[in-house]
Design a protein around this ligand. Structure first.
Ligand code: FAD
Length: 519
């Protein structure tokens, strides 16, 4: 029975990674597999991770959950973009929106904008979303209809991230991490997942060096065939028990610490901005995530340039009086990835697998992507090595790709007003990015030279960061002097008209979520 599937799964860890994995595997395989999730009541979850990337929609769809089912329970809001503040110079901002970039006559609209800049805001000129965010708009009408569909993927919505390339759903979510874990706990346990609250005190290996069981303080041995390590930065199973090395990204991404605050807010008074904000600071950047009853905020910084006390003081000053009485959560981040995320019969998902700083909210995306790959390459009793290898290479490529994209934010930032920012211009960059930077310095990035996955087609994310951060000179393609520009100029006008009409007709986020709350 070498092809008999593996049926007994033990997940260690009950943070976002553990519960997303339990819920998704249950939705995928139902009672054909047995899942036990063990989490410690003593070791807390990381307590952050509340902004997502637009693929997350597929996660909830896969679970069969509509927004009205889970959003109110998780104090969730909409996110239409990341807003970058002060990365170019003080007072400047731009959006990296979830919106497909249009092409005209084969050239991305951002190329046309470089040749015919209709204002000094490429984001407002090339994307409808920028105006919607400036107007605090919800992407849905009060009757729950999604904004007009002409720049949203059509009927054949993809079911997996792999199918998703090129399509762009216009928003993601913010949610309270502990409420999501609670919601998914209920979802998974109601569908048969066994939930054990206990400390794992030992990990058992068999004579081959494969995991045989985990030992808990009060519930004894938990045996399984497949073990999923969701123990966060500890990497209890993969890194500690199996001694899989960790490949650091710290040489290219030096931020290694964060301090976070949960600041109360009142949706009846304060505007709910439909985006995550990343505000550049002296030794990193501050995130601002608007939720229904509070703001999640934190300073991501490099200890080589700032100590934790100064980071906390800066964050409190940034937030103002509302931060006075809230406790700070100081976090040491492990930046990089495990060499392999799946070793023998142990798969690490979440922070135990890898993490880059949360600048583009990719932590939960990594989790979702990894779970999809696990379902795709799910093992049988013969533990075919090629399944593990394909899984590991998929996970590795995604993390390495995101790393390159994040490095570009710092390399591209015009800001160079202190040692931290000056060093971002001279620090080593990953090889593949270095090659592209060389190309871009002589011409505008095109679809052949940007990272083609997960950034839409044309792959607009790189274009947004280059044009927004402003430190790397790019110029329009010379070919545009030879192409009639009328259609491109008409497209800019169409975007302006569409944005105006949507801002007029869509409700604000506050109005939308008050309606959801009050029924
Ligand atoms: P954790 O939340 O650390 O959970 C670990 C679990 O393991 C806990 O349940 C714990 O009890 C359990 N455990 C540990 N040891 C034992 C033991 N011995 N026995 C039993 N159980 C044990 N991602 C995003 O997508 N968007 C963001 O905006 C974002 N912001 C972030 C900001 C910061 C500063 C950081 C550090 C991360 C951020 N992330 C973000 C990443 C995101 O927080 C994580 O990917 C996500 O929370 C998953 O964490 P986890 O479940 O892997 O680990």
């Amino acid at each position: 029975m070498t092809h008999a599937p593996v049926r007994d799964v033990v997940i260690v860890g009950g943070g976002t990674a553990g519960w997303m994995t339990a819920a998704y595997l249950t939705a995928a395989f139902g009672d054909r597999i047995n899942i036990t999730l063990v989490e410690s009541a003593d070791v807390g979850t990381i307590g952050v991770g509340e902004a997502t990337f637009s693929d997350i929609r597929h996660f909830f769809e896969f679970l069969g959950l509509a927004e009205r089912d889970w959003m109110p329970a998780c104090n969730a809001t909409y996110k239409l973009a990341v807003r970058f503040e002060d990365w170019r110079e003080p007072g400047h901002h731009f959006y990296h929106p979830f919106e497909q970039l249009r092409s005209v006559k084969g050239f991305p609209l951002t190329d046309w904008w470089l040749r015919y800049p209709t204002s000094d805001r490429f984001d407002v000129d090339c994307f409808v979303m920028a105006s919607l965010i400036d107007g605090n708009r919800s992407p849905r009408y009060l009757d729950n209809r999604l904004l007009e569909q002409d720049f949203v993927e059509g009927e054949a919505a993809p079911n997996t991230i792999a199918e998703y390339q090129g399509a762009q759903f216009p928003y993601a979510y913010h949610f309270e991490a502990h409420l999501l874990a609670k919601y998914l706990t209920k979802y998974a346990t109601q569908r048969g997942v066994r939930h054990v609250v206990d400390n794992v005190v030992d990990v058992g290996l068999d004579e081959r060096g494969w995991l045989s069981h985990v030992r808990t303080a009060e519930h004894g041995r938990l045996d399984g065939d497949l073990f999923v390590d969701c123990t966060g930065f500890r990497g209890l199973l993969l890194n500690k028990a199996l001694e899989e090395p960790f490949v650091s990204y710290q040489d290219t991404l030096p931020n290694d610490s964060a301090v976070a605050l949960q600041v109360p807010m009142d949706m009846d008074k304060d505007p709910l901005r439909p985006c995550t904000t990343a505000t550049a600071q002296d030794a990193g950047w501050i995130w601002t995530i608007p939720l229904i009853s509070r703001i999640g905020t934190g300073y991501v910084y490099a200890r080589d340039y700032m100590d934790p006390e100064e980071a906390e003081r800066t964050l409190r000053e940034f937030v103002g009086p509302a931060a006075a009485d809230v406790p700070a959560n100081h976090i040491r981040m492990r930046i990089g990835r495990s060499r392999r995320s799946w070793v023998n019969n142990c798969v690490a998902i979440g922070l135990s697998s890898g993490f880059v700083e949360p600048l583009e909210s990719t932590g939960i995306f990594f989790i979702h992507y990894a779970i999809e790959q696990l379902v795709k390459y799910y093992p049988a009793a013969d533990w075919d090595l090629s399944l593990r290898e394909q899984y590991n290479s998929a996970v590795m490529n995604v993390m390495d790709g995101v790393r390159e994209f994040l490095v570009l934010h710092y390399r591209g930032a015009k800001r160079a007003d202190n040692q931290y920012w000056r060093d971002t211009k001279t620090r080593a960059v990953p090889d593949a990015l270095a090659e592209r930077l060389e190309l871009w310095e002589s011409k505008v990035p095109d679809t052949g030279t940007v990272y083609p996955r997960y950034h839409g087609l044309p792959p607009y994310s790189y274009n947004c960061i280059l044009l927004g951060t402003g430190g790397i000179p790019v110029r329009p393609s010379p070919a545009l002097d030879l192409v009639d520009e009328k259609a491109a100029l008409a497209e800019f006008q169409a975007i302006k008209d569409k944005a105006r009409s949507l801002v007029r007709t869509l409700p604000t986020q506050n109005a939308y979520f008050k309606r959801m709350r009050d029924g």
